[in-house]
Design a protein. Structure first.
Length: 677
């Protein structure tokens, strides 16, 4: 025991241990590329069902066979632990096709999943025999009988997949999203209840702690080993051993042990947001524990402040924004969740008659969160930073947080200076670019010139909300408002997301095309009137910083496509033409009115349909690059072969094959970047 004590107290031991962990992570994550056990052409699969989740379009589950596969199916009648035979096909998940949006491929890879299994037929081989799965299934089936099942699953099982998107997003924007995850608060309360119960039976402290650790281990099993619970479990084990065996280890040393062990077992934890937030904020709390008063409200304030400060670098890195009011919001919500939401979840689980009361309570709290979410004051949008800048931020906040709690006021000014520089970074890096966004079978593109941002169309899919991805991309570029939203015409695939966009992002003005307003346009105008956003129709030109956008189509036709806004502009000597869904009829009219120069970048009309892009029009404008915004395997057969032949002299980019396409002007050169699937 003396030898163990000497080793664990040695700084050299932790240095060696940490070096081995870093090398292990690099080796297993970057150098050794593990081959899949499945061939891409396989069609028959056997495995155990795990992690069943209900989605907006059916169910998803993990099939644990030779390796883990993610499966999607419309109807589902099986339980976790069931061993099944599945007939289907494998597909490789796509990368994100919109800049800085969620990368599903990387997410699955980080969870050791290489393929999506497209289920055609599923057969039961034998029912579950595993006692852990049996208990899990019993608990889940029991929770499904509750009106408040989504919230009980969130606070008892850590499954947030049943929460409505707008509710989860409101907690995220308000900086209180951590309250929806199983964390220190939940484990502390659970431990308190267990120890209090054991004390009632007069069980001594050593046995009580052993029983507590056993219960926490079982909780880990039922929760599928969330990293936050693993951290707390390991911390309690080593704290227990430290006291019992008199190892004389400080909190920092125990912290590093709890950090290193999970990473040695599974280096992929390093990619998880929960891992990064939890360990970094815990490290800051341990560093500053002497400054934290025992008075509840003083303690709550300082913990909220440290948690807020510690979350800032990751919120900028992952969410491209911070909410300056989140520390204040935590002072309101943390006591509510500590003393009401989580304890009442446990009591509702035991006493089902409390279900209605719990449901009312949680909806009141959600309404408060959504109301606070509408307060835009204090929300700062900050441009995406690279990994090196993130590390600098993390190191900076370690020193600043410590100094701030010691009332060294200069620290707060350092943070303010850094954030002000970051907030205004676009003023120092003037850029000009156009991004054709991959919005499936639809159109949307961002034109940006020296801090002036114009979105041309929003896209629109009936089965998917794509405005969220567009807004995240805008935030990641440091764009806080759209100076102008131009709608080429009133078809759903061009303006279907306009209401969502205007409701969730600042827009200064909206430009409609010529012709009467249709139902979609009228619905948007109601929102614009309510928000007092200016709108115009059938204009001739628009200023964009020191440039102009010229609207070439001002004649009124009897259909939306021919009435499409056709826009010409020039950025730093490069000529752009955006044609909406304008048909050959409109093209002829434009050729008769204007003497167009050779175009550098053409947004091809009507998704490459044969009704647009006549050979006469293309020969006249002679585009160098042609963009076709089109959905993968669309039912219209776009783009048309004849149109592709007409565009043969240009370099063709397609959103179904190339994802989003960025045309960036830098040092008077036009560079093209794609966000391929």
């Amino acid at each position: 025991m003396n030898l163990l004590r000497i080793i664990l107290q040695s700084k050299l031991f932790y240095l060696i241990f940490l070096t081995i962990t870093v090398l292990n992570c690099i080796l297993r994550l970057k150098i050794i590329q593990k081959e899949s056990f499945y061939k891409e052409n396989e069609t028959l699969f056997y495995g155990t069902i795990e992690k069943i989740k209900q989605t907006n379009y059916g169910y998803s589950f993990i099939l644990n066979g030779k390796e883990k596969l993610i499966c999607y199916i419309d109807n589902f009648e099986y339980e976790m632990g069931d061993y099944v035979k599945i007939t289907g096909s494998l597909s490789i998940p796509y990368n994100n096709t919109i800049l800085n949006s969620f990368n599903y491929h990387e997410y699955l890879k980080q969870n050791r999943i290489n393929f999506i299994l497209n289920v055609e037929k599923i057969e039961l081989i034998h029912k579950n025999k595993n006692i852990i799965y049996k208990i899990k299934n019993k608990i889940i089936n029991y929770l499904n009988t509750f009106k408040s099942k989504a919230y009980l699953k969130t606070f008892l099982l850590g499954d947030t997949s049943y929460l409505e998107d707008n509710i989860y997003e409101s907690y995220q924007i308000n900086g209180i999203c951590h309250l929806l995850s199983i964390g220190s608060m939940h484990i502390t309360i659970l431990s308190f209840i267990i120890l209090k119960c054991l004390k009632k039976f007069k069980i001594n402290i050593a046995i009580s702690n052993s029983i507590l650790l056993l219960n926490l281990f079982l909780y880990l099993l039922f929760m599928d080993y969330p990293i936050v619970v693993i951290r707390i479990f390991l911390y309690k084990i080593f704290s227990f051993l430290n006291n019992k065996k008199k190892l004389k280890l400080g909190s920092i040393k125990i912290f590093f042990i709890t950090l290193i062990i999970p990473l040695l077992i599974n280096p992929n934890y390093i990619y998880q947001k929960g891992f990064l937030y939890s360990y970094y904020i815990s490290f800051l709390l341990i560093l500053n524990k002497e400054q934290i008063s025992k008075n509840y409200f003083n303690k709550l304030f300082k913990i909220s402040l440290i948690s807020f400060m510690g979350s800032i670098p990751f919120n900028i890195y992952f969410n491209y924004s911070i909410n300056l009011l989140s520390s204040f919001y935590n002072l309101i919500f943390v006591p509510i969740f500590n003393f009401l939401v989580f304890p009442l979840a446990l009591f509702t689980f035991i006493f089902p008659f409390l279900d209605n009361l719990y449901y009312i309570l949680i909806n009141l709290i959600n309404s408060l969160s959504i109301s606070l979410n509408n307060i835009s004051f204090g929300v700062l949008i900050l441009k995406k930073m690279n990994f090196i800048i993130l590390i600098i931020y993390l190191i900076l906040f370690i020193f600043v947080t410590t100094d701030l709690l010691k009332k060294k006021k200069y620290s707060i000014f350092l943070i303010i200076i850094v954030l002000v520089i970051h907030f205004n970074i676009n003023l120092f890096t003037k850029e000009s670019f156009f991004i054709a966004l991959d919005v499936g079978q639809g159109d949307s593109g961002l034109l940006y010139n020296n801090n002036e941002s114009i979105l041309i169309d929003t896209g629109g899919l009936y089965y998917k909300d794509i405005s969220h991805e567009t807004i995240n991309m805008l935030k990641s570029l440091g764009i806080r408002k759209l100076n102008t939203l131009i709608l080429t015409h009133g078809d759903y695939d061009h303006m279907g997301e306009s209401v969502n966009l205007v409701n969730n992002f600042k827009v200064e003005k909206v430009i409609f095309n010529c012709g009467p307003y249709n139902d979609l346009e009228k619905a948007l105008i109601k929102v614009l009137d309510k928000k007092k956003i200016k709108y115009y129709s059938c204009i001739n030109e628009l200023n964009i910083d020191d440039k102009k956008l010229y609207f070439l189509q001002t004649k009124e036709y009897d259909n939306e496509n021919d009435n499409s806004n056709v826009i010409y502009t020039e950025l730093n000597g490069y000529k752009f033409l955006f044609t909406g869904d304008a048909s050959i009829t409109t093209e002829k009219e434009i050729l008769s009115k204007y003497n167009l120069p050779d175009i550098d970048v053409l947004k091809v009309g009507h998704h490459g349909s044969r009704t647009s892009s006549s050979i006469e029009f293309i020969d006249e404008i002679n585009p160098k690059y042609s963009i076709i915004s089109v959905g993968k395997n669309n039912r219209y057969g776009h783009p048309n072969k004849e149109v592709l032949e007409n565009l043969n002299n240009s370099k063709i980019y397609r959103t179904d094959e190339d994802g989003s396409i960025m045309f960036k002007i830098k040092n008077n050169k036009l560079n093209v970047e794609t966000c391929s699937p």
